[in-house]
Design a protein around this ligand. Structure first.
Ligand code: GLN
Length: 200
C-alpha cells in the first residue's frame, strides 16, 4: 500500500486536527475527521492531535469513543501528538485532573512537563529513523514530558534528557507538534513504516 491510497483519521473532537489534515493532504494521503465510533470503520490509521487532554478525555467518553479507540489499536497504527500522546500513555503522573488515559503505550507522562513558565517554544530536535538522522523544527506547547518508557518502547528522539518521540510497534507518540509547518518528513515516516508491521 502506498501512502497515496491510505485514509488516515484525525480525531476531531477537539484540538489541532486541521493542521494534521493539511499535512496528510500534502503527503498524498486522504484525511478524514473522526468524531464517532463509526468514523473509524474504513480507516487505515489514526492521528490523535494536540489540544487539551482534559477536554479530549471528557469528549472521548461523551461520544463513546473509548472502547472503539482501544480496539482500533489492536491492528491499526496510531500517532498521538502532545495531548494525543497523553491519551495514549499508560499513566499520567500527578493526575489531579483525573484523566483516564487509553493505556495503549507503555509510557508514563507528566503534563506540562517542560516548565511552568515556558509554555511554548520551538527548537530543533534530532530524530533517528531507520538509522538515519533527521533534524526537525518542532514546537512544544505546554508539552507533556515522558518520565518512563517500558522495555518495548523505542526512543526515536531525546531532548533535554527525556525521550520526545517514541515508538511501540504500530504506535507513535511525540511531546511536540510537528504539524504546524509544511515539513511532512515525520508524517511520511509514519505513513510508510507503520503499516506493514505487527504491534509488539
Ligand atoms: N498541556 C496540554 C494537556 O495537558 C497539552 C498541550 C498540547 O497538546 N499542545 O492536555
Amino acid at each position: 500500500m502506498t501512502r497515496k491510497n491510505k485514509t488516515i483519521g484525525v480525531l476531531a473532537l477537539q484540538g489541532d486536527f486541521e493542521r494534521h489534515e493539511h499535512q496528510l493532504r500534502l503527503a498524498g494521503a486522504r484525511p478524514k475527521q473522526v468524531r464517532l465510533a463509526e468514523d473509524l470503520s474504513d480507516l487505515d490509521g489514526l492521528i490523535i492531535p494536540g489540544g487539551e487532554s482534559t477536554t479530549m478525555n471528557y469528549l472521548i467518553d461523551r461520544f463513546d469513543m473509548r472502547r472503539p479507540l482501544i480496539e482500533f489499536a489492536d491492528d491499526k497504527p496510531i500517532w498521538g501528538t502532545c495531548a494525543g500522546m497523553i491519551m495514549l500513555a499508560n499513566k499520567i503522573e500527578n493526575n489531579q485532573a483525573g484523566i483516564e488515559p487509553l493505556r495503549l503505550m507503555d509510557i508514563d507522562v507528566v503534563r506540562n512537563g517542560y516548565g511552568r513558565q515556558i509554555f511554548s517554544f520551538t527548537d530543533t530536535i534530532t530524530v533517528t529513523l531507520n538509522g538515519a538522522s533527521l533534524h526537525l523544527e518542532t514546537t512544544f506547547i505546554r508539552a507533556p514530558r515522558i518520565i518512563r518508557c517500558g522495555s518495548e518502547v523505542e526512543a526515536l528522539a531525546v531532548y533535554k534528557d527525556s525521550p520526545v518521540l517514541v515508538r511501540q510497534g504500530r504506535l507513535l507518540a511525540g511531546s511536540f507538534h510537528a504539524e504546524l509547518d509544511d515539513d511532512t518528513r515525520l508524517l511520511e515516516y509514519f505513513l510508510e513504516d507503520f503499516f506493514e508491521q505487527k504491534r509488539s
